[in-house]
Every structure is written in structure tokens, then in C-alpha cells.
Design a binder for this molecule. Structure first.
Ligand code: NAP
Length: 303
């Protein structure tokens, strides 16, 4: 099936293009970006032009930042093509609900991806937790924004989500592996004096789960989830890729695909099945943190 990629920036070039080149399901037939291109692939600067020129492109994958994504997503669905969204799926919950309604009315697939849910230890963690209630937990997601998002000012603008841009990956894993939903009970957001979005945040969730997110981490980076149960502690480290139970590594996940190839395989399956997948539970927790969270003004931030 032919697919087009929109927003040729960091994640498109790092992950989407290699995953599509290796895919037996998809052919990258066109790109849309104002500046970015992919060698050997027809490129466009406007999405409407691409859609008109490529009626054979069945699906479009959007790698734009969340705020400009909605207009592009509407254009894709209006043209009757299947839609795949980078995380977070939009700038607001209501715009993603609107996209879901449009996709349903047009009979096309919408896939709101959460790449961290495809990390190597996640499925096994979910299976282990299915019958073991979580008593408490801690998420520590601390990374260096200058290293992972160099110069991406959009991330600190309204709708960019700040530290929740990586933090929502942790929440996507948590909401996937827990057998029952959690909700937010409190939050604190540290917002630089010259920015609109938080650079660090703490969240308290039901089931005694505490979340510590920080974009100012230099040196070793931490993407860990630890959940206490009566049968011992389950730890997912390295962004969900390393699973330990009661201090022992859990082996046997080598046959699982890397995150982005797995996302494109899932997208192909959804299209074949005429199905959609748009779970907004990680985004609900972030939206609730913005609603309920106390704000602290912290020192200005420059890249
Ligand atoms: P990025 O490189 O800053 O942006 C991607 C591309 O989108 C840009 O190169 C730009 O292409 C286009 N773009 C940027 N701002 C735009 C605007 N206002 N209007 C229209 N087009 C605009 O960002 P990214 O790191 O790839 O992240 C994109 C999405 O992927 C985000 O939602 C992020 O959460 C997610 N993601 C990122 C990473 C990561 O490690 N960076 C990992 C996983 C997921 P043109 O200028 O050529 O149009």
C-alpha cells in the first residue's frame, strides 16, 4: 500500500523513513514538508497538492508537532485516506474526537500511535500485571531537552506540552499495562518564566503512583517505571525496553519488533481490518494535569 509522510523533521527522518523503507506492507510514495525531503521520494510543500497528485496514496502519516497537525489531519480524512498520527495525537482532546468522528463517517482508519507501547518489555509487563493489583508506583522520566529536542521551540509554546511531550510516553505505557484505569489526584507544573509549557512536572495518580518528569536532566537519562505489587516490584527501564520482576531481568522478548516498524505493521493490519485505534487515556491524564495542576514559575529557559 502506498503511504505519504507529512512533516519531514527529526522523528520522520530518525524513525518513520527507515521503518517504511524496511516495511513489506508500505511504500513511501510522497512527502509533504515546507523544508524537508526524502531522497528519491516525490515531495510537496502543501498537503492538498500531494493528495490531488497521488490518488493512489491510501494512507497518510503525520509527523508534525501537535498544534499544526489538526488541519493536515482534516485534509487527509476529507480526501478519504487512512490517517496515522504521531503522539500526542493532537493539541486538544476535542480535536482528536472530531477526527475520530470524521474517520468513522468516511469509513477510514484512524490510528493514534503511542510508540512507547511497542517497547520490548511492555506486552510482558501487561500480562504479568493482569492479575496482580498495583499497590503503589513511581515513574521517573528525566531527559535533556537540549539533546533530544534541539532548538524545538514549539515544545515550550502553548499546545507543545513541554515536559509532557516525553512524559506522555510514560503515561502511554502505564495506561497500557495497568488492568484498570488510573486518574489524576494532583499535579505541580514548573513553567519557565519565558515559556508557556512546563519544563518539569510532578503528578500524583490513583493507586499511589507518583510521576516525576524533568526536561533538565544532564548526564545519565532516566526513563523508568516501578510498580509495587504483593508479588514484588515490576520495573520497566529504558523507556519500556527492559523488564525486571522482583529484581530479575525477564528474557525472551527478542522476537518483538522495534517500536516504529511495529507501529507500521499495526497500521497495515488496522487498514486491512477496517478498524481504528485511538486511545486517548494518556492525553486525558496530561489534560487533567493542566486543569488541576499548581503552577510554579521557574528560571527562564533558552536552548
Ligand atoms: P520537528 O522536527 O520539530 O517537526 C517536524 C516537522 O514538522 C518539521 O521539520 C517541520 O517541517 C514541520 N513543522 C514544524 N512546525 C510546523 C508548523 N508550525 N507548521 C507546519 N509544519 C511544521 O519535531 P519532531 O521531533 O519530529 O516531532 C514531531 C512529533 O513527533 C511530535 O508530536 C513529537 O512528540 C513526536 N515524536 C518526536 C520524537 C523525537 O525524539 N523528536 C520521538 C517520538 C515522537 P517543515 O518545516 O519542512 O514543514
Amino acid at each position: 500500500m502506498q503511504i505519504a509522510l507529512v512533516g519531514i523533521g527529526k522523528i520522520a527522518l530518525d524513525q518513520h523513513v527507515p521503518a517504511l523503507k524496511a516495511s513489506s506492507d508500505w511504500t513511501l510514495a510522497a512527502t509533504v514538508s515546507r523544508h524537508g525531503t526524502v531522497e528519491g521520494v516525490p515531495s510537496f510543500t502543501g498537503i492538498e497538492d500531494m493528495l490531488a497528485a497521488h490518488p493512489d496514496v491510501r494512507a497518510v502519516s503525520l509527523c508534525l508537532p501537535p498544534v499544526p497537525r489538526f488541519a493536515a489531519a482534516q485534509a487527509v480524512l476529507r480526501a478519504g485516506r487512512h490517517l496515522m498520527l504521531e503522539k500526542p495525537p493532537g493539541a486538544t482532546l476535542s480535536e482528536v474526537h472530531a477526527l475520530q468522528d470524521m474517520a468513522r463517517a468516511s469509513g477510514v482508519t484512524i490510528f493514534a500511535t503511542w510508540h512507547s507501547r511497542m517497547a520490548l518489555g511492555v506486552a510482558a509487563a501487561k500480562a504479568w500485571l493482569a492479575e496482580r493489583p498495583v499497590r503503589s508506583g513511581r515513574i521517573t522520566w528525566r531527559e535533556d531537552v537540549r539533546k533530544w529536542h534541539p532548538g524545538q521551540d514549539w515544545i515550550f509554546e502553548a499546545g507543545g506540552m513541554g515536559v509532557f511531550d516525553p512524559g506522555i510516553n510514560a503515561l502511554s505505557i502505564l495506561t497500557e499495562i495497568l488492568p484498570a484505569p488510573v486518574h489524576l489526584t494532583g499535579a505541580e507544573l514548573d513553567v519557565p518564566a519565558n515559556r508557556q509549557a512546563p519544563i518539569a512536572a510532578r503528578m500524583s495518580l490513583s493507586r499511589g503512583i507518583e510521576v516525576d518528569l524533568d526536561f533538565r536532566q544532564e548526564g545519565p537519562q532516566t526513563w523508568d517505571i516501578e510498580l509495587q505489587t504483593d508479588a514484588g516490584t515490576l520495573s520497566l527501564r529504558m523507556g519500556g525496553n527492559v523488564l525486571e520482576i522482583a529484581g530479575q531481568p525477564v528474557e525472551g522478548q527478542d522476537d518483538i519488533m522495534q517500536e516504529y516498524p511495529a507501529l507500521y505493521t499495526r497500521m497495515a493490519q488496522l487498514v486491512r481490518d477496517g478498524a481504528s485505534d485511538a486511545d486517548l487515556s494518556p492525553m486525558v491524564l496530561v489534560a487533567d494535569a493542566f486543569t488541576l495542576g499548581r503552577r510554579n514559575v521557574v528560571e527562564p529557559f533558552e536552548f
